[in-house]
Write a protein that binds this ligand. Structure first.
Ligand SMILES: [Ca+2]
Length: 210
């Protein structure tokens, strides 16, 4: 006789695994409502006048709820474990790798701790000062916290306040700009001297012929 599928399902270890997985999935699905904190996005938009989305902190631009990439509904059991680690990182200093948060979101949890992030929902502007202006994930010269205030993407070096990027680039490339300016001036000076030389030769020939 062949064993029936029911015998496999009745295996205690498989039953426990399935039950555990169901519990984890149900737990995740039940708490997916309310895990996003729109206060920060709303503040960023109001403060900057720019339209922002959840991609500032989350993997998915539409937020953590759903079945898409970086959203609760698509997570594996291993990813749920990482998610719960991030959710319980109430104190600062813990490395987290949340499957629903991007690098900036993970760093927020690491630097501030979940407890502080939750507190800052009442006064979202404090998130920037609490996080500090040292980190610059995309290395565009504008700190992550400033990009939060400006409503720009802290992970995209081509996305930033135009004036700030201009100032940053002027400072960053000042030696090159000065060298280029000196080069142009020297070129102009040399060209003027050359024209002057040709004119002098022309005048000298004309004088000899008359
Ligand atoms: Ca930046």
């Amino acid at each position: 006789m062949f064993p029936t599928p029911m015998l496999k399902c009745n295996s205690p270890s498989v039953f426990l695994q399935v039950t555990f997985a169901s519990f984890i999935m149900s737990f995740g699905l039940c708490i997916q409502v309310g895990i996003a904190y729109p206060e920060f996005q709303q503040f960023s938009e109001k403060n900057s006048g720019r339209t922002t989305n959840c991609a500032s902190c989350h993997e998915n631009a539409t937020g953590p709820a759903g079945n898409g990439s970086g959203q609760i509904g698509s997570l594996t059991i291993e990813e749920f474990a990482k998610l719960n680690e991030a959710r319980t990182a109430f104190e600062p200093g813990k490395d987290v790798d949340s499957p629903i948060l991007n690098r900036f979101g993970d760093l927020l949890i690491k630097k501030l701790g979940k407890r502080k992030v939750l507190e800052d929902r009442k006064e979202p502007a404090k998130l920037a000062s609490d996080y500090g202006f040292q980190s610059d994930i995309d290395q565009d010269g504008i700190p992550d916290a400033q990009e939060f205030l400006d409503g720009t993407d802290p992970q995209n070096q081509h996305h930033g306040d135009a004036w700030r990027l201009f100032v940053v680039n002027i400072n960053r490339y000042a030696p090159h700009i000065i060298a280029a300016a000196i080069g142009v001036l020297l070129l102009d000076w040399g060209f003027a001297r050359m024209i002057g030389g040709f004119m002098a030769i022309k005048r000298a020939r004309k004088k000899r012929s008359t």
